[in-house]
Each structure stands twice: as structure tokens, then as C-alpha cells.
Ligand binder design. Sequence first.
Ligand SMILES: [Zn+2]
Length: 332
Amino acid sequence: MTSRCLHVDMLVCWLAVAILAGCASPGVGGTKGPDAIGSGAYLLRGTFAANRQPDGNTVLLEGRTGLIVFDTGRHPEQAEKIAAFARSRNRPVLAIFNSHWHLDHISGNIPLKATWPYAKVYSNDPALSEALRTFLAQGAEFNRKRLADPDTPADQREDARIDLATVEQGRMLHPDISLERDQVLMIDGRRLEVHTAAGASAGDVWIYDPRARLVAAGDLITLPAPFLDTACPAKWTAALGDVLAVPFERVAPGHGRIMTRGDVERYRDAFDALIVCARGDLSAETCAGAWADAASPLQDAPSGDRAAAARYAAYYVTEILRKPSRRADCGG
Ligand SMILES: [Zn+2]
């Protein structure tokens, strides 16, 4: 592990992810198009590559005439793949859901809305607005400094430019429809059970699609480890229980491969064990090693290896879960 991997002066998750992902090896993911994962449902894997910030997964659902997009990634390539898929299926993008406001899940909204201006965006607007005032504003300031620093490596400069441009156009990220309670929506003939939570962020959205028996979970389920920077662990584990209460066959996580019910149960148990371990006296490395072992059957190459899982988990135990000032005050 290099000293860069141990750098802890990080404001928010995407910065932590950037630094930690910079230590991932080798860079993988994101080279192919979407995979069919159920009736009219497809998964476009996000990238998790060395020296580059990640993209979240995108779930694509076909309606009667158009396409429903769940999360839009960070890098322009992900939005281009979404657009290419829509064109190849001759289906305009009619609706965009954002699981939460992290930039690896919402940045592609801007180019997709430019191409399909009538697409309706669904997300939690109060959480996004708060993030634009706080975390995202701080992240933009951090990125301005990185761009002004001649020592910033070219690959990090590229990501800093992308994120800064997204936040500077932040008003274009606001949803047309704010999701702040559970509800059933019929969009383009497709029935979606929309759920809200406050686990990975203050405004999580996840959906159950009965036609494909599919849950699109966003970062409530994420590998190589749960990204806890803006999290409320107690509400997060409750949300995992809510996911398990719906009759899904498959879950598309925010990062990682498609999961079965057994996989999600394993994830929930490992998540709970990590939180309990962080509250105790064992070393961060021990807690992180237990996470990495428990989660190893869930990992595949594009979501990182065991070493990445342990590195992320150790970071979150040390820098978030054991630092009261950094923990989200969620009453949990
Ligand atoms: Zn993410």
C-alpha cells in the first residue's frame, strides 16, 4: 500500500473512492454493453479501474415504447453506452431514476437530458439540494485546487474536470419528480414499486420491478465494500431488510455483479458484522479482513479483489465508523 492509499484528508466518498480506486489493480470493467438480466431488463456494469474514479451500475428497463434508466454513471462513456443502447433498441429515454446524489450515479443525467429533453428525472430533491450546498460544493472546491496544482497526475486531472463540470451544472441535476416516500409508479406501461431509504445517503431510492422480479438497489448494495462516507448504518441495515422483504429473483447492486437472494442475505450479514466489529475493540484490519472474507463470494474482477475489499473496509472503520465527528448523525 502506498502512502497515497493511506491519505485520509478526504471530504466525501467520491474522493475516498478515487484515492482508493487508484490503488486497485488491475483496472477493469465497463468495456462491454448491457447484459439481459430479466424480462425487458438489462445491466450496464459501471467501471472500477485503477487511477480512475468509478461509475455506478446502470439498470435499463424497456417500457412500451421507451426506456427507463436507473442511474447514469459518472464518465461520458457510460452515458454514451446508455444512449447507444437506447438507439439500438429504437427506444427514447423516457425516464431517469437516480438512486442517490453521488456523482458516479447522476452525472450522466446531463448528456442524456440534452439528447432526450422530455425524459423525466425521478430522485430525492431535498437530499440532492442539501448535497449541492455541502458535500458537492466542497468537492468542487477540492477539485478546483487539484486542477490548479501542477503536481496532480493527468488521469486524476481528467476526473477532477469531469466532476467539477457536473457540479457547476448542478441545477440541471434536480429531478422533475422528487421521491420522498414509497409509492407505485406506472411508467410507459411498466409498473415500478419505488422505495425510499436513508442508508447510503440521506435520500436513497431503490425500485422493485415485478415484471423482471428485479431490484435495482443503488449503493445500498455495493462492492468491494459499503461506501459509508455519507451513510447512516442503522437505516442502511433496515433498508437491506426491506429489500429482502420483496419477492425478487435478482438484485442489481450499485457496484458489482447481479446477485441472488442468498447473495443479498450474505451481504446484509457481512454489513451488520462490519458495523458491530467497528464498535468493538478489534483492530480495523481484523474487521476489514472479516468483511473481505465474508464478501469474497460476491466479488468478481470488475468490482475489485479481496485486497480492495479489505482496503476499503479498513478505511471506513478507521476514518468513518470510529470517528464520531465523521459519522452521519442519524440517531442510529
Ligand atoms: Zn456509487
